[in-house]
Design a protein around this ligand. Structure first.
Ligand code: NAD
Ligand code: WQD
Length: 338
């Protein structure tokens, strides 16, 4: 298929382009580079041995999107474009609602105008709020969401569901990612956060490389085996492969389909720290800090549906996630700018 990858220079999209290429698909990457840089796509080109066609554009720019769809014959879109920092979204709600909602409205209009009715949307486990059941299945009701970022994901899921209901020619796949970490095993592409990382793994790897003094562990009094938060970490390459599998659902005219993409295993913060130290032979100094507002104790999924319907399941374990995160970090201590 020929795929438009919106937000194509970002962390998950860059890894997905590698997997799409491996599976024989062609892509055009579109990004305004608000949270990424073109270097990621140059690195992807190195991995796949060919140029990645790139259009620098804001997805909210209706004129740019119209001309993108006029100039290319796309079979489907994978929509990664959005702002994603939970804490920042609380401080800048308008910017988050405006960017994430409007980008999607403009994209969907351009798709409809040009007869492209297949979309894979980057959703998040955040839509489950404090989940009503563990492990989380796709039937678990959505929960109370405490931040504007998560609200945009939940609201956009609803927009896409309503659109699909109104016109059954649409195929809409909502992928609810759990906690993507790690990097391509080549060490050429990986996660390159701006400033102080919000997420656990980049904080661990920046601490191990000496950029940060110590990791703060946010709470050790949760109702979990060691008191620290438990999450379903998934290797970004597995997550990327999940998008290729999701295209199969589109090929079968799935209508609306929702999948959890996780491994089904829960690891605590200290499990991850210990695995990182063991696998990589490095120290990660840490100290216990107060709980972070909005955090929940435990979140991991039941990934069976994706396996049954798409034949997808995660191949990599926590060791590979830690190994590849470190390989990326130590080869690129300053990320793409280094
Ligand atoms: P990322 O920030 O690396 O990638 C998002 C990309 O979208 C960036 O390259 C950014 O420049 C681009 N972008 C943002 N707004 C844009 C706009 N208006 N026009 C054009 N480009 C725009 O983030 P990521 O971690 O790769 O996440 C990709 C998607 O997956 C996001 O939608 C995110 O919300 C979602 N998601 C991420 C996680 C996670 O933990 N990383 C978990 C669940 C869901
Ligand atoms: C994981 C665990 C923290 C940093 C977030 C978003 C979610 C999704 C994925 C986009 C928690 C602990 C973290 C640190 C720590 N993103 N931690 N010290 O919060 O599960 O999910 O990213 O959709 O929407 O909320 O991921 O990596 O921030 O935290 O102790 O410096 O690590 O408390 O238990 P989270 P995370």
């Amino acid at each position: 298929m020929n795929i438009a990858v919106l937000g194509g220079a970002g962390y998950i999209a860059s890894h997905t382009i590698v997997e799409l290429d491996k599976a024989g698909h062609s892509v055009v990457a579109v990004d305004n580079l608000v949270n990424s840089c073109e270097e990621s796509l140059r690195r992807v080109s190195k991995i796949i041995g060919k140029e990645v066609p790139f259009v620098r554009a804001d997805v909210r720019d209706a004129v740019a999107m119209e001309s993108l769809f006029k100039q290319n014959k796309f079979d489907a879109c994978i929509h990664f474009a959005g702002l994603k920092a939970v804490g920042e979204s609380v401080e800048k709600p308008l910017e988050y609602y405006e960017n994430n909602m409007n980008a999607t409205f403009v994209l969907l209009n351009a798709m409809r105008n040009n007869g492209v009715k297949n979309i894979i949307f980057s959703s998040s486990a955040t839509v489950y709020g404090n989940p009503a059941e563990i492990p989380i299945t796709e039937n678990c009701p959505k929960g109370a969401i405490t931040n504007p970022y998560g609200q945009t994901k939940s609201m956009l899921e609803q927009v896409l569901m309503d659109l699909q209901k109104s016109d059954p020619e649409w195929n809409v796949v909502l992928l609810r990612y759990f906690n993507p970490i790690g990097a391509h095993p080549s060490g050429l592409i990986g996660e390159d956060p701006n400033g102080i990382p919000n997420n656990l793994m980049p904080y661990i790897s920046q601490t191990a490389v000496g950029i940060r003094k110590e990791l703060g562990v946010f709470g050790n009094d949760y109702d979990t085996p060691d008191g620290t938060g438990v999450r379903d970490y998934i290797h970004v390459c597995d997550l990327a492969a999940g998008h290729v599998s999701a295209l199969k659902a589109i090929e079968r005219n799935c209508g609306l389909a929702i999948y959890n993409l996780g491994t089904g295993h829960g690891y605590s913060v200290l499990d991850v720290v210990n695995a990182f130290e063991r696998v990589n032979g490095v120290k990660v100094p840490y100290s216990i800090k107060p709980r972070r507002a909005g955090d929940i104790a435990t979140c991991y999924c039941n990934p069976e549906k994706a396996y049954k319907e798409l034949g997808w399941k995660a191949q990599f374990g926590i060791e590979e996630m830690c190994r590849d995160a470190w390989n990326w970090q130590k080869n690129n201590p300053k990320g793409y700018r280094g």
